[in-house]
Write a protein that binds this ligand. Structure first.
Ligand code: EPU
Length: 419
């Protein structure tokens, strides 16, 4: 299996343009199925999860042209009966096909979604909302059998602002009869991007980015060209890699307001952060400071998708930091691997106490999930000597070419074939 080989010790330096966002692209791809016509997407990242989604969409009858600079989707003809099961269980976002296909096809059978093993990740909020909108759903051992004669707009209050459930409801509501309201909706920037995409396609969605979203169904949709937002988590990962290696980098293609919570932490750790309008510059010269407690939260709080990377960086900070993980119950798997590199991290329930050590030491470690893999790469860049991060496939699910990007910033990293 392929792995990353990293020789640590080089401060990152330079400028990088950030890839398109995975967590915006996946719902937008699913939403493209709503329109009996052509969608052209720019900035769609070429990552494993997008490849899985494209494979699924082709199995449904979509004609897809994939070029380096764009993705052209013709969803004029769809047949949910041809849905290939091969990739459904490999990714979380396959559940969004429910909202997209139920309105177009009237019935479909889906496998349970997969994705990183960072928690139990139930789909009850998705299913309850769609049931309330008139979708008949039968859960079998391995499959979800769905049908509906007519989806109806409803007022839905989410007990938790789930990103995926908010997206699924928005997508389903576009072809529903009447108005749908989502109360306690997720406010993540990727929700805003999905709504912007759908509105440009002709739908009528208000309030995305707030906790109350209204969607008027059955607006007529038309062909569009759309540019997907930059990936704030990839951007955050590279900023933290620069912070941890005492580097100085400039990132382009993301908006500072999407990274505010992380940038505050970077400043608290002693980094200098500059908003340069169209780019963000981070300068880290000295050993970092520990920070007061970090709590992962839905947006605008600290993103759970940056928690592992923060743990790597704080593992050599001066003093002690506690991270509380409030979103996914099993997202501290990387702590043990960091421990092999010399980090001092104690886990108790949803709390990680990180006591900063002077240095990490390079060694072979194993990625357990996507962001954890990125965190281990950061640790490898910070460490003395060589590290091997096995299971590079996890990282490829979300980072288009992390080796190329980090090399561009001066890192010593390459992909090797592991044992
Ligand atoms: N939850 C439920 N029931 C549901 C849905 C969610 O209990 O029906 C719980 C989850 O178990 C979790 C919490 O609610 O404890 C948050 O889940 P959410 O639905 O918000 O997350 P998601 O839609 O499954 C997306 C991203 C994740 C990111 C989270 C939180 C995509 C494809 N995935 O997941 O991204 O961590 O939102 O921001 O958009 C990643 O990119 O590495 C990643 C895991």
């Amino acid at each position: 299996m392929a792995a990353f080989k990293i020789t640590g010790g080089e401060p990152l330096a330079g400028c990088i343009e950030i890839q398109g966002s995975k967590n915006a692209a996946l719902p937008i791809l699913a939403a493209a199925l709503l329109h009996r016509g052509v969608t052209i997407l720019y900035g769609c990242p070429n990552i494993l999860d997008v490849q899985y989604m494209i494979k699924i969409m082709r199995s449904l009858g979509c004609e897809i042209e994939q070029e380096i600079s764009y993705l052209k989707i013709d969803a004029s003809e769809l047949n949910a009966e041809h849905l290939s099961r091969e990739c459904l269980g490999k990714m979380r976002s396959s559940i969004l096909l429910l909202g997209a296909l139920i309105g177009r096809c009237g019935s479909l059978t889906l496998d349970y979604p997969g994705g990183c093993t960072i928690g139990s990740r139930p789909i009850d909020l998705h299913l309850n909302a769609l049931k309330a909108m008139g979708v008949h759903i039968q859960e079998k051992e391995e499959q979800i059998v769905c049908s509906s004669n007519q989806i109806c707009g409803k007022r839905i209050r989410l007990p938790y602002p789930s990103v995926g459930a908010t997206e699924n409801i928005i997508i389903a509501a576009v072809l529903a009869e009447g108005v749908t309201w989502i109360d306690n909706a997720a406010k993540e920037p990727e929700i805003i991007d999905l709504a912007r995409f759908l509105n440009q396609m002709g739908s009528c969605i208000h309030g995305a980015g707030t906790d109350c979203i209204g969607i008027l169904g059955k607006c007529s949709l038309h062909d569009i060209e759309y540019s997907i937002m930059g990936d704030r988590i990839v951007a955050g990962t590279y900023l933290l890699a620069a912070a941890g290696t005492r580097g100085n980098i400039e990132i382009k293609g993301v908006q500072i307001k999407e990274l505010q919570a992380l940038l505050h932490i970077c400043e608290e750790m002693g980094c200098r952060v500059q908003n340069c309008g169209t780019s963000i510059v981070l300068d880290s010269k000295h050993r970092l400071f520990s920070v007061k407690d970090i709590h992962t939260q839905p947006f605008p709080g600290v993103a759970t998708d940056l928690q592992s990377q923060l743990m790597s960086v704080l593992s050599t900070a001066r003093g002690e930091t506690t991270i509380y993980e409030h979103v996914f119950e099993n997202r501290f798997q990387t702590a043990e691997e960091l421990g092999r590199m010399g980090a001092d991290i104690q886990i108790k329930n949803n709390r990680a106490v990180i006591r900063g050590v002077k240095k990490l030491k390079g060694c072979p470690v194993c990625a357990k999930d996507l962001r954890g893999g990125a965190a281990l790469i950061i640790a490898g860049l910070m460490a003395e000597g060589d590290s091997i991060v096995e299971n590079s496939i996890f990282v490829e699910r979300g980072y288009q070419d992390i080796c190329k990007d980090l090399k561009q910033l001066g890192a010593n990293i390459k992909v090797i074939n592991g044992d």
